[in-house]
Design a protein around this ligand. Structure first.
Ligand SMILES: NC(=O)C1=CN([C@@H]2O[C@H](COP(=O)(O)OP(=O)(O)OC[C@H]3O[C@@H](n4cnc5c(N)ncnc54)[C@H](OP(=O)(O)O)[C@@H]3O)[C@@H](O)[C@H]2O)C=CC1
Ligand SMILES: Nc1nc2c(ncn2[C@@H]2O[C@H](COP(=O)(O)O)[C@@H](O)[C@H]2O)c(=O)[nH]1
Ligand SMILES: [K+]
Length: 348
């Protein structure tokens, strides 16, 4: 047994210190980034935000809506083959990642879809990116798809970030246990504070000309700003994008003053009992669920939430004098704090 005694930090442990700046308006900053990828010759430019490949948020409707802002969506892996082929052959396919896990059927389905439609972005997603087998699958998908941008994860340490990049990932997805509907830390005791994970993995990835996507744990636009400050190239969101019209799932209505009002929508983890019942016929006898099912408030079109997120990021940039999103991490100084906000009138 060993104990690491350095303090590792979460979003809630820091704030971004303001810096003198020549930027006089939030309209003058550029929230887009242009990336070249290590293993492919392609280039991408846009707002580096990705909707999570969860049933509720990783939808084709989400890809269309976020695509308008230059942001991306990792489609969930349960769409039928023919729907995926049609989608990736069309114009909205450019705003999406094709997601898969590591089963033989996942790999077969990708090959089948890729025969009829161009798959330019692939999200190889497993709960535990530390398995030896995962590296082999990353290598295999890289060999089979030399021109696709490959994002792979999840991990939380520099050593495994490097291994995944060397195996063929262009982007490594960072985060074990920070998610809004995740119960991994509670069930297994495993995890890593997300801000430190981003800082350490971004450093490792950038040293090899790879990129990272901070996945999970953002609860407010300020957390997304902190993730970019910590060195995240992309940020993936589940819970913050749940509850919108573009999500999959039923809206719950209540009658108020004789009128039907939309109030809530369900949201669940991909390792929850809900997901396992739907796709595996139940929780395997040797496993425990590592995700939960919740109801989020119904929030209408995702447009409003995107405006808040992008407005928050723009404002952060003027506070620290970063005209381009690329400069944010260089211009970020975090201060450790013992409190974030004044909640005397509530926390929203
Ligand atoms: N970022 C995070 O913290 C987490 C994210 N998730 C999300 O939920 C999705 C579904 O997760 P889930 O169904 O649990 O698994 P995955 O779909 O990620 O992986 C399943 C494969 O990995 C094997 N495996 C071995 N050890 C583990 C482990 N500790 N946890 C999970 N799988 C393991 C499984 O075998 P076997 O089942 O036989 O053991 C199976 O072959 C993931 O793809 C991910 O998107 C889930 C949990 C954590
Ligand atoms: N441990 C679990 N993690 C999960 C599960 N389903 C999804 N996820 C992860 O959460 C993020 C989204 O996080 P959020 O804080 O933005 O909501 C997602 O991308 C996955 O990595 C789960 O069942 N268990
Ligand atoms: K995910």
């Amino acid at each position: 047994m060993r104990i690491e005694t350095d303090v590792k930090l979460d979003f809630k442990d820091v704030l971004i210190r303001p810096k003198r700046s020549t930027l006089n308006t939030r309209s003058a900053v550029d929230v887009n980034r242009a990336f070249r990828f290590l293993h492919t010759s392609s280039e991408w430019k846009g707002f580096p935000l990705i909707a999570a490949n969860m049933d509720v948020t990783g939808t084709m409707a989400m890809a269309r809506a976020l695509g308008k802002h230059g942001a991306l969506t990792a489609l969930h892996k349960h769409y039928p083959e023919d729907e995926l082929a049609e989608f990736f052959a069309g114009p909205d396919g450019t705003h999406a990642f094709y997601s898969l896990g590591t089963t033989t059927d996942d790999v077969r389905k990708l090959a089948a879809v890729a025969k009829t439609a161009p798959i330019r972005r692939i999200c190889l997603d497993v709960a535990n990116g530390y398995a030896e087998k995962f590296l082999e699958i990353v290598k295999r998908v890289r060999d089979d798809h030399p021109d696709a941008v490959i994002m792979a994860g999840n991990v939380v340490t520099g050593d495994m970030t490097e291994a995944l990049i060397i195996a063929g990932a262009d982007i490594v997805k960072i985060g074990i246990g920070p998610g809004s509907v995740c119960t991994t830390r509670r069930v297994t005791g495993v995890g890593y504070p997300q801000l430190s994970a981003i800082i350490e993995c971004a450093d490792a990835a950038h040293g090899l000309k790879g990129l990272v996507c901070a996945d999970g744990g953002c609860t407010v636009p300020g957390d997304i700003a902190k993730a970019y400050g910590a060195g995240a190239d992309f940020v993936m969101l589940g819970g913050m994008l749940a509850g919108h019209d573009e999500c999959a799932g039923d809206i719950r209505y209540e009658t108020r003053d004789g009128e039907q009002v939309a109030v809530g929508m369900s949201f669940y983890g991909m390792s929850s009992q809900t997901a396992m019942k739907r796709y595996a016929g139940g929780v395997a006898h040797y496993r425990a669920a590592e995700g939960k099912t919740v109801e989020t408030p119904y929030r209408g079109p995702v447009e409003g939430t995107m405006a808040e997120i992008m407005g928050g990021v723009r404002s952060m940039m003027t506070y620290i004098g970063a005209a381009h999103l690329k400069e944010v991490s260089k211009r970020t100084t975090f201060v450790r704090v013992t409190a974030q906000t004044n909640d005397v009138f509530g926390s929203a």
